[in-house]
Design a protein around this ligand. Structure first.
Ligand SMILES: Cc1cc2nc3c(=O)[nH]c(=O)nc-3n(C[C@H](O)[C@H](O)[C@H](O)COP(=O)(O)O)c2cc1C
Length: 389
């Protein structure tokens, strides 16, 4: 950042575990549906490197952990060799510009339909309750679902293992294939790939389908009590942390959200139980959606706060949802968060940290092109400050 502008809280350095961040403006995980055939495309090299700043943290769009994990068209995965190879140049480009890049791992669970599933089978979930059609976060598209198949208790470890294998793949995306063990013991190797993983435990997808009591209707060890409902999430965290090291693991949670009909009767207790449990694993960060974001797109007035979770979590705390420059600065200045994650503003302003530094006007985002598959329009054609002034 240049010396002429006064330093604002968002642009102060921060140490995230072993990573030295130069500022606190984080790129949110943003599904863009431009990974044709579920394989990341070369155009993503430009998209991500546009949004990279030296010492800035980026979180990738959600990557499906297996062929049962998908739910939307052309979202990337990280379970095949081809997908792993396709991520490498994207990760390299971010590293070339000095960025720190975490890969988000997800499983849509029942937020899917037979069209996205292997052999046209039913999507899997904690439940067999059908989700009604949902308006997507662009406020335009409506997604339709198929009645899910409730996972048997003995199948759950297999899904946990899918996360573990995907985590290994993401790390193989970062090191020379076959030299995976070097990553843990010789850190010098990590610069050739993803620096860490974020487990997507938010927004009504599979992990929330277990955590939230409005969805989970299981009678086994994965249903009923709060501890039981959080068991799957924590087993995933443990498996991934054991695979790549807890210091490279983050988790995204949205205890207060209602996305995908996945609400909870006591979100504060859920949020607190999760952060207290995550403390035991000593993971790098917890990334939490603001209670005002009941859905991805709508900000509502809400008396709830993330502060109890922020205070209870011992490592780095990221907040997301409806932040602008002023609210982000306030959150850092008042110690409500360590890092502030920006979704739609970063999508439309590739140089967002620079614009915040200069207090420059922002490009407006266009919801209509959030999920259109054009490799340029609404993807890599948002202008930089230098080109707009
Ligand atoms: C187009 C779009 C795609 C998104 N994709 C993801 C995703 O893949 N994973 C995720 O955790 N959140 C996803 N989100 C949610 C954002 O990460 C973020 O939490 C949300 O946009 C609120 O932040 P904002 O108000 O700064 O936009 C998406 C949001 C949008 C608008």
């Amino acid at each position: 950042m240049s010396a002429e502008a006064p330093t604002i809280p968002l642009l102060t350095p921060y140490k995230l575990g072993n990573f030295n961040l130069s500022h606190r403006v984080v790129l949110a995980p943003l599904t863009r549906q431009r990974s044709y055939g579920n394989v990341p495309q070369p155009r993503a090299i430009l998209y991500y490197s546009q949004r990279t700043s030296k010492g800035g943290l980026l979180i990738s769009e959600s990557n499906s952990v297996s062929d049962t994990a998908q739910g939307y068209p052309d979202t990337p995965g990280i379970w095949t060799k081809e997908q792993v190879e396709a991520w490498k140049p994207i990760v390299d480009a971010v590293h070339d510009k000095g960025g720190i890049f975490f890969c988000q791992l997800g499983h849509y669970g029942r937020v899917s339909n037979t069209g996205y599933q292997p052999n046209g089978q039913a999507p899997i979930s904690s439940t067999d309750k059908l989700l009604s059609p949902q308006i997507r976060s662009n406020g335009i598209d409506v997604a339709h679902f198929t009645t899910p198949r409730r996972l048997r208790t003995d199948e759950i470890p297999l899904i946990v293992n899918d996360y573990r294998l995907a985590a290994r793949n993401a790390i193989e995306a970062v090191v020379v294939t076959g030299c995976y063990s070097y990553l843990r013991y010789f850190d010098t190797y990590h610069h050739v790939g993803f620096d860490g993983l974020e487990i997507h435990g938010a927004h009504g997808y599979l992990i929330e389908q277990f955590m939230k009591d409005k969805v989970n209707d299981r009678m086994d060890n994965y249903g009923g009590s709060l501890e039981n409902r959080c068991r799957f999430a924590l087993e995933v965290v443990e498996a991934v942390a054991n695979e790549i090291g807890a210091e490279r693991v983050g988790v995204k949670l949205s205890p207060f959200s209602d996305y995908g009909e996945a609400g909870d009767s006591n979100p504060k207790a859920l949020g607190l139980h999760m952060v207290e449990s995550l403390n035991k694993y000593d993971i790098a960060y917890c990334h939490m959606a603001e209670p005002r974001m009941k859905t991805v797109a709508d900000k509502v007035e809400c008396p709830d706060s993330l502060l109890p979770m922020r205070k209870a979590f011992k490592n780095t705390f990221l907040v997301v949802g409806g932040y602008d420059r002023e609210a982000g600065n306030k959150a850092i200045a008042e110690n409500c968060a360590d890092l502030v994650v920006y979704g739609r503003l970063f999508l439309a302003n590739p140089d967002l940290p620079r614009r915040f530094e200069l207090n420059a006007p922002l490009n407006k985002y266009n919801r209509e092109t959030f999920y259109t598959s054009d490799p340029i329009i609404g993807y890599t054609d948002y202008l930089f400050l230098e080109t707009t002034t």
